[in-house]
Design a protein around this ligand. Structure first.
Ligand SMILES: NC(=O)c1ccc[n+]([C@@H]2O[C@H](COP(=O)([O-])OP(=O)(O)OC[C@H]3O[C@@H](n4cnc5c(N)ncnc54)[C@H](O)[C@@H]3O)[C@@H](O)[C@H]2O)c1
Length: 268
């Protein structure tokens, strides 16, 4: 079967986010970058907030030459000061933000009994504190401007448990609950919040994760991957799910965990 992962170039994207102003944290690489491309092609103005300066500038430039409104603001999403400054820059250029994809994150693969306080602080900061800060700042702005849509990247590990990933799963469960709670707290202010929960995705993060699990004895070969999710997921396939959740097509979808895992979660 041929897998069509060209969603970023599909005519079907056009207009689906027109008039929107979006922030994508972690948009310089991987799934975040795929989302930048798709959101911009769908008509949104997109601000990439990422610590990866070179990749972020390249991503914005690539879209600008296509005539799309994409800016890059080098931002450490774990810092309130940095996020507020970035948001002020976006507001000055484009006005209020109505669409947020909180995607920045990373992984530590380690047995729980070897994980240090520093590991905990680092992963909680990058995966949880960043989502807390960016959601808090952007939701405050959405409330003042008639509402909006938030999508947060959790993981299949947000609800399933995985050996060597206790810390990681804990952080992904936390952001899944953040999405659900925003949905409940702000529904009557026209703000929706949902989570995408991918399985293994072909990005630097996903490939390193598989390597490190292998290095610690789990041996994720192709047959294992096939057993759980059929094949590796392409970053564009997660971006397409995030775009749908962000768009008005998902107008009654609020507080949901959308698994992008080819049946892995359902299989148990
Ligand atoms: N790849 C997978 O298999 C997989 C599966 C499930 C969930 N996820 C989630 O996806 C996200 C990782 O995305 P990816 O797979 O596209 O990986 P990636 O490593 O390609 O991209 C992650 C991006 O986040 C940015 N980032 C990291 N720390 C940041 C910070 N403090 N401030 C701003 N930006 C920061 C990085 O610079 C990078 O551009 C994480 O939230 C992860 O939990 C990944």
């Amino acid at each position: 079967m041929r897998i069509d992962t060209r969603m970023g170039t599909s005519a079907a994207l056009q207009g689906r986010l027109s008039g929107r102003t979006a922030i994508i944290t972690g948009g310089a690489n991987g799934m975040g970058l795929a989302a930048v491309r798709q959101f911009a092609e769908a008509g949104a103005r997109v601000a990439i907030l990422d610590i990866a300066g070179e990749a972020g500038r390249a991503a914005a430039a690539e879209q600008q030459v296509l005539g799309r409104e994409v800016m890059f603001v080098e931002t450490d999403a774990t810092s309130s000061t940095a996020v507020r400054a970035a948001l002020a820059e976006v507001n000055a250029a484009w006005g209020p933000v109505d669409t947020l994809f909180s995607h920045a994150g990373t992984i530590i693969v380690k047995p729980l009994h070897e994980s240090t306080d520093e590991d905990y602080d680092r992963l909680m900061a990058i995966n949880v504190r960043s989502a807390f800060i960016v959601c808090r700042e952007v939701v405050a702005q959405m409330r003042q401007n008639g509402g909006g849509s938030v999508v947060i990247t959790s993981s299949i590990g947000g609800e399933k448990g995985f050996a060597l990933e206790s810390l990681y799963c804990m952080t992904k469960g936390a952001v899944l609950q953040l999405a659900r709670s925003i949905a409940v707290e702000y529904r009557d202010e026209n703000i929706r919040a949902n989570a995408v929960c991918p399985g293994f995705v072909k990005t630097a993060h996903g490939l390193r994760e598989i390597d490190e699990l292998d290095g610690q004895g789990q041996n994720w070969n192709e047959a294992d991957l096939h057993g759980v999710q059929g094949r590796l997921c392409e970053p564009e396939e997660v971006a397409a799910a995030a775009l749908w959740l962000a768009s008005d097509e998902a107008s009654f979808v609020n507080g949901t965990a959308l698994y992008v895992d080819n049946g892995w979660y359902a299989k148990g």
